[in-house]
Design a protein. Structure first.
Length: 89
């Protein structure tokens, strides 16, 4: 098994020995969306953003949008004061 640190904070194994992330069974996600599937836990994302910005206050301008272009990432990241980089900047 992988170290717990590679999984979102909400990851657990339920009583049926199924992997659950953010309250969603991974097997259900795979059935609905196919595999491979990226699973992002919003609470973990917000915690990682807070941690990152706390370590580099006023100095960091992350480029998460350039590498993983998902509009759904903007809201949780910006709510933790992660600045949004505009194209060409």
């Amino acid at each position: 098994m992988f170290p717990k640190s590679v999984f979102p904070d909400s990851t657990e194994v339920n009583s049926q020995d199924e992997l659950v992330i953010g309250g969603c069974k991974v097997s259900d996600l795979a059935s609905e969306y196919g595999t491979p599937v990226y699973v992002l836990d919003e609470d973990t994302l917000r915690a990682r953003c807070r941690s990152f910005m706390g370590k580099f206050p006023g100095k960091a301008l992350p480029s998460y949008q350039r590498k993983l272009c998902m509009q759904s990432l903007h809201k949780p990241c910006s709510s933790q004061n992660v600045p949004r980089r505009r194209h060409g900047i």
